[in-house]
Each structure stands twice: as C-alpha cells, then as structure tokens.
Design a protein around this ligand. Structure first.
Ligand code: ATP
Ligand code: MG
Length: 367
C-alpha cells in the first residue's frame, strides 16, 4: 500500500519559481505520468518526491505521513533515470544485487530476490554478463531491476527509455506496462512524449511552466481537454484551433471559422450551451478526425478546396482551405488525390471543442 500526496508544493531555484502550488493525490498502485515540454518542472517534481531536491513550500505525504524533511534514503522510494549508470566491472547479477548488499540480507535471500526480479524482467540469461555486452534495452532492464529489487514503496522513472531508438522504445513501453500490471507498485513516470504517456498512464498530469494544466485519464485529456494548451499538446496530428464566431439561424447554429464567408452547421443547442459566451471571443477546436469530408454536396456540408495532402500510411491528412484558414482533416488513404480538388466538409459537432480565447479555458460544451 503506497499513497503519495503532494500539497501546495512550491519550488524556487534562486529567484525563479519553477513549481507553482502543485497539488496531486496518487492512489495505491496507480501509474501516474507527468507529461510536459522541456523545462516545465517534471524532473524537479520527481526529485522532490524522492528527496533529492528540497522544496520551499508545501507537504509531501507518503501513506499520510509528511516526508519532506526525511532524507532520500529514509523515504524508501526508488528512482530510475534516463542516463542509467550500471557498474561496468560488475556482472548483471551483482548490479541488481548491489542495493541489497548494503542491507543485512543473507546471501541466499539476495540470490532469490535477484533471480525473481530477473525472471520478471526476462533477463535471467544475462545475469552472468557484464554491462558492456548488453544492448541499450537490456541495460535499462537491469537498471529497472536494480530499482525494483528492494521492493520500494514507489517507483519513480525519469524518461527511462528516452535515450533508446524508436523501435526499442515501443518494445520497452510494452515491457514497463507488463511489469506494472504484474508487479504492481505506485509509479510516477516522467516523459515529454505524449504517445508514451497515453499508452502507459492510469492518469496523466499535464504540466506547463511549473503549473498543472490538467489531471485525467488518457481518454479524459484527449476527449475533454481543459484548455487550449492541453488540447494542442495531446494528440497527433494536433487539434485544429481557429477563431470562431457563432450565429443563430432559423433551424441551426452557424459556426464561422476565421474570415470564412459561410459557416459550419451545428445544432441550435450550441447557442444555449455556450451560455452567454456565443458573442465573445471564441476558439473552435476540432481534431482532424472530427473534420468530415465527402465528394458530393450534401446538407450541412460546405464546399472547400484541398491543399496539401500528407499520406501517413494507414490514413491521409488533407489540408482544407476555409477562408484564409487551413483545417486539417483525416481521411482514408487515397481519398483525395492531391491539391486543388473541390470537396465538401463538415465539422462533427460531437467532436468540437469551444474555448474562451482570452483565458484558453474550455467552455465544456458537449453536443
Ligand atoms: N539545479 C538547478 N538550478 C537552477 N535551475 C534549475 C535547476 N534544475 C532545474 N532548473 C530549472 O527549473 C526548470 C524545471 O526544470 P526540470 O529539470 O524540472 O524540467 P523538466 O520538465 O524535467 O525538463 P526536461 O524535459 O528538459 O528534462 C527549468 O527551467 C530548469 O532550467
Ligand atoms: Mg527532466
């Protein structure tokens, strides 16, 4: 059982504040991913929890007990870094056993613990090898093994597979997930790769410039981004965002994108759901899969011209000119043959997001 709670954490480096009033409650056995751009404070947060960095304000609670004054060694938390350093002169077995040698554990028990961890990580056949004989992925497995062998209260991982090539990263991602399901331990994992975050996390914490932007399951942050930052940070290709104006027509609401001369048709309910914001400065957000296109005219579809077509294997991304604005649509591959084609587009109202332009906050319109 390990719960971790961060309450009102503030951190300065000199005069610069890098963490602002950070609050987060992590449940036992939960896999939490801290996601954000370089410099947003992910590593600092992780190091503060581990006890490798002091904090200037707030409480860090492990199972309800404040630990911010405890030394790292007394917090019983293991950390795996991107640049893992194995002892080159020791075998894999000795590298994993190392943290146990410092305890009073008998050699029989050390042997048993190391072999158990090696079995889970599927590196039993490497136990006799030296690090120089290992691949990058295997080295990282050993580093994880060394962190796990003490059976710590929680695992903290800072971009543990960031240095590996794309194929190996994908493999290790699946491995880390399998390990978590099997072993179960409260885990906080740092990455700037949103795909890694989506695939691993029970909940993602999206950070920007030292502030938490949103905490939610992968589906929540993808389907209901709290603000424009999250909307454009999560998801690939990125969400289209455009200035929008909404006007009421006889039987529908018209959403005009940028300086376009006609609007997209939305259900009239949009006006009441915008709740007084309809006249204000709005931004419309729509993911490429929410921009629907067809070849012939139909009710509610607007004539548009295609621009660049990007073939991405299993699908294409097509740029559509709407006024002077470009909207990107996701289509079956080969649906559009190239630029300059006339097609008909519509925005799926159930996939549309509306934001207040000034604050960037989602207006949480659900149609
Ligand atoms: N020891 C330090 N002294 C001064 N400033 C620091 C120190 N460590 C980090 N910072 C600054 O604090 C901010 C947050 O850094 P941090 O390393 O936590 O970011 P990060 O999200 O882990 O970034 P990255 O993805 O690049 O690893 C950055 O502006 C960084 O320059
Ligand atoms: Mg970092």
């Amino acid at each position: 059982m390990t719960q971790i709670e961060l309450r009102g954490i503030e951190k300065f480096f000199g005069a610069v504040q890098v963490i602002h009033n950070l609050n987060l409650a992590i449940a036992d056995n939960e896999f939490i991913v801290l996601l954000g751009q370089s410099g947003c404070g992910k590593t600092t947060t992780l190091r503060a929890i581990a006890g490798l960095e002091t904090i200037d304000q707030g409480d860090i609670l492990i199972d309800g007990k404040a630990v911010q004054h405890l030394r790292a060694a007394d917090r019983d938390i293991a950390m795996v870094f991107q640049s893992f350093s194995l002892y080159p002169h020791m075998t894999v077995f000795e590298n994993i056993a190392f943290p146990l040698r410092a305890t009073r554990m008998g050699s029989g028990e050390v042997d048993k613990s190391v072999r158990e961890v090696a079995r889970v990580l599927r590196i039993t056949d490497l136990l006799g090898k030296k690090p120089s004989a290992l691949s990058g992925g295997d080295m990282q497995r050993v580093a994880i093994g060394r962190a796990l062998v003490r059976r710590p209260k929680a695992m903290l991982m800072d971009e543990p597979i960031g240095a590996l090539d794309a194929k190996l990263r994908e493999e290790m991602r699946a491995e880390i997930k399998r390990l978590h399901v099997k072993q179960g331990s409260t885990t906080i994992y740092v990455t700037h790769d949103q795909i890694e975050a989506m695939s691993l996390a029970d909940r993602i914490v999206i950070m920007h410039e030292g502030f938490i932007q949103q905490v939610g399951t992968p589906d929540e942050v993808y389907s209901h981004p709290a603000n424009l930052f999250v909307a454009q940070f999560v998801g690939s290709p990125v969400m289209n965002v455009a200035d929008a104006a909404v006007a009421g027509k006889a039987s529908f609401a018209s959403v005009i994108v940028g300086d376009a001369t006609t609007g997209f048709e939305f259900p009239s309910a949009l006006l009441s759901k915008l709740n007084g914001h309809a006249g204000g400065q709005l931004a419309l957000g729509i993911r490429p899969e929410g921009v629907l296109i067809r070849r012939d005219a139909a009710d509610g579809f607007m004539a548009v011209e295609t621009q660049i077509v990007e073939p991405l294997g299993s699908f294409d991304i097509v740029d559509l000119k709407v006024g002077s604005k470009m909207l990107r649509a996701r289509t079956k591959s080969g649906f559009v043959s190239g630029p300059g084609e006339k097609v008909f587009a519509r925005i799926d109202p159930t996939q549309a997001h509306f934001f207040d332009k000034a604050s960037g906050k989602s207006l949480e319109v659900r149609l």
